[in-house]
Design a protein around this ligand. Structure first.
Ligand SMILES: Nc1ncnc2c1ncn2[C@@H]1O[C@H](COP(=O)(O)OP(=O)(O)OP(=O)(O)O)[C@@H](O)[C@H]1O
Ligand SMILES: [Mg+2]
Length: 400
């Protein structure tokens, strides 16, 4: 935040000229209880300042003694003042003063302990303390942010180099396991070793996928994602991904629905990444939906004021699966966040899918969000901004 300048702090209090009568000033101070100071200005230049307090003290000395001298002071005191308990914090006093005095918060307050008088608090002093507090907090926060950023940068660096170190030997393991599995070098003796090799191969591939995801995550977190943008048809891509997942859907005994309108405009995006977005969301839907359920992929162009309250191309994967508890809906979008249940225990996963998906959608200037009801199902929405939609000339749209 920029610190305000004196100009912004200045209140344009109407001034008086040096020859204004004292009676007129007195009347004005009575009429304007908020005015604390009246400037005296000649030819546009300030030459003096009347302070309410000093003026009134001097002014009433002249005949105030006559009027009030013998009366009890109770007649002249103000009784709408703020009392605060001695243990109230500065923030607390500030809040109370705001409630009690509104904008006129510079009025003093009285401090009591168990209802008994302790002292008078000065609002100016309070403001100074508050300002110091605020600035101390701001620097603590800044320090914390700086430390968090440094930690995150080194974590990213660590992940990136670890992943590289692991990938090379893993590729060799997978390669050899593959050779043995395919009996390229002849039959395995004893044959039981064949099963081991299958396991080694499977675990290797799983680890490699995980490492690749970690590497992607690290790249994205360090801001090193490059979009290889092309123009493509989102429907073709969607159908292609579904073809790839057809077997998984059949094995999970799920019904598939596709709600992709004809004649969708093409989009300008990183096709590889959007493919990953769809694969990740669909894999989750397949993974977390019990047999007999339905997985739906829909793609549409949505407009502001509609269900997603934004312009763009909306990709939605809906399932009738186990759902996500309300307090986890935001959490699962973060790396390694999984909901503990029998599904996540039995189905291998790293908990990186959604974090990656979100990062990829956001790299396109888009937004990813989930709607879910426990036991009913989940909707995952990826919205690509309208700027990613390639506007077609009316003629070519008719032709397409
Ligand atoms: N469609 C869904 N229905 C129910 N729960 C879901 C769904 N999608 C995600 N989740 C929950 O969110 C968690 C995080 O999902 P995410 O895709 O990031 O990780 P994952 O699927 O566990 O592992 P992977 O890294 O292999 O994708 C999941 O573990 C699961 O608990
Ligand atoms: Mg997943």
């Amino acid at each position: 935040m920029m610190s305000p300048s004196a100009r912004e702090l200045a209140i344009a209090v109407p001034f008086v000229s040096p020859d204004t009568t004292c009676a007129a000033v007195f009347d004005r101070l009575l009429a304007e209880p908020e005015t604390r100071n009246i400037p005296v200005v000649r030819n546009g230049r300030p030459i003096g300042l009347i302070s309410r307090k000093n003026f009134l003290l001097t002014y009433v000395r002249m005949y105030g003694a006559e009027l009030y001298g013998r009366r009890p002071i109770a007649q002249l005191m103000e009784n709408d003042f703020l009392t605060v308990d001695a243990d109230t914090t500065c923030e607390g006093i500030n809040a109370r003063a705001r409630d009690a005095y509104g904008d006129d918060r510079l009025r003093p307050f009285v401090v009591t302990e168990n209802g008994r008088y302790v002292g008078v608090g000065d609002a100016m002093k309070l403001m100074l303390v508050m300002a110091d507090l605020a600035s101390a907090r701001a620097s603590a926060l800044e320090e914390e942010t700086r430390r968090a950023e440094a930690a995150s940068a080194s974590k990213t660096q660590f992940l990136a180099s670890m992943s590289h170190e692991l990938r090379t030997p893993l590729n060799a393991i997978i390669g050899f396991a593959d050779l043995m599995r395919l009996k390229t070098l002849g039959e395995m003796q004893p044959p039981r070793y064949g099963e081991y090799v299958e396991d080694i191969h499977k675990s290797g591939v799983h680890l490699l996928n995980m490492i690749n995801e970690l590497l992607d995550m690290a790249k994205i977190e360090s801001g090193h994602v490059e979009l290889r943008e092309t123009v493509f048809d989102p429907k073709d891509l969607g159908l292609d991904v579904l073809r790839m997942l057809r077997q998984a859907i059949a094995e999970a005994k799920l019904n598939l629905r596709v709600a992709v309108a004809d004649g969708l405009p093409p989009i300008h995006a990183d096709q590889q990444q959007i493919r990953r977005v769809l694969i990740n969301l669909l894999s989750n839907a397949i993974k977390y939906t019990p047999a007999g359920g339905t997985v739906t992929l829909s793609v549409c162009v949505c407009e502001q004021g509609g269900m997603c309250d934004a312009d763009g191309m909306l990709l939605t994967v809906e399932d009738t699966g186990i759902g996500i508890p309300g307090d986890k809906i935001e959490k699962v979008l973060e790396p390694f966040e999984q909901v503990e249940n029998s599904f996540t225990r039995t189905r291998a996963g790293t908990g990186l899918g959604l974090a990656l998906t979100k990062a990829m959608v956001e790299a396109h200037g888009g937004r990813l969000w989930l709607e879910s009801e426990l036991g009913k199902g989940t909707k995952a929405h990826a919205l690509l901004p309208a700027s990613r939609i390639v506007q077609q000339a009316p003629a070519s749209r008719r032709a397409g």
